[in-house]
Ligand binder design. Structure first.
Ligand code: HEC
Length: 122
C-alpha cells in the first residue's frame, strides 16, 4: 500500500472545502486536484503528537529587543526599504516645521500670559 499525505482543501465558500461541506473525501479530492497529485479516493487518519509552548512564542523579557534595536540609525532594520521608521529615518523639513510649531506655540502661550498679567485688574 502506498501512503501519501493528503493535501485537503480546508477553507472556501464552495462545498468541497472541509469547513463548509464537512466532507473529508470531497476536501481531499479537491485539495489533491489543486496540487496536481493523484488521489485514490481512500483516506485515513494517523495519530500524531504536537508540543506547543504556552507562551505564544514570545521570548522571555531578558531576550526581548530594546526599541532602539530597530528604531536607530544603525539598528537591525537599517536595510529595510519602503517604510518610514522613526528613529532611523528623518525629514529635515518636517523636523524644522515641528520645531517652529513648538516655538510658535510657546511664544503664543507666553504672550497670552503676559497680556493677561498686564491687564489684570482686581
Ligand atoms: C523589531 C523591530 C522593532 C522594535 C524592537 C520596535 N519597533 Fe517600533 N516599529 C517598527 C516598525 C517596522 C515600525 C513601522 C514603521 C512603518 O510601518 O512605517 C514601527 C513603528 C513604531 C511606531 C509608529 C511610528 C510612526 O511613525 O507611526 C512607534 C511609535 C514605535 N514603533 C514605537 C516603538 C517602541 C516604543 C518600541 C519599544 C518598546 C518599539 N517601537 C520597538 C519596528 C520595531
Amino acid at each position: 500500500m502506498n501512503n501519501t499525505i493528503i493535501q485537503a482543501h480546508l477553507f472556501g465558500k464552495d462545498s468541497s472545502a472541509f469547513w463548509t461541506g464537512h466532507d473529508w473525501n470531497m476536501a481531499a479530492e479537491a485539495g489533491m486536484k489543486s496540487v496536481n497529485l493523484p488521489y485514490s479516493g481512500e483516506y485515513a487518519f494517523v495519530a500524531t503528537e504536537m508540543y506547543w509552548p504556552i507562551n505564544h512564542m514570545v521570548a522571555p523579557v531578558e531576550q526581548s529587543l530594546e526599541c532602539a534595536a530597530c528604531h536607530s540609525r544603525d539598528g537591525r532594520l537599517v536595510n529595510l526599504g519602503g517604510i518610514y521608521l522613526s528613529g532611523r529615518d528623518r525629514s529635515g523639513l518636517l523636523d524644522s516645521l515641528g520645531f517652529i510649531l513648538i516655538l510658535l506655540s510657546f511664544s503664543g502661550v507666553t504672550i497670552h500670559a503676559l497680556i493677561r498679567i498686564l491687564k489684570k485688574s482686581d
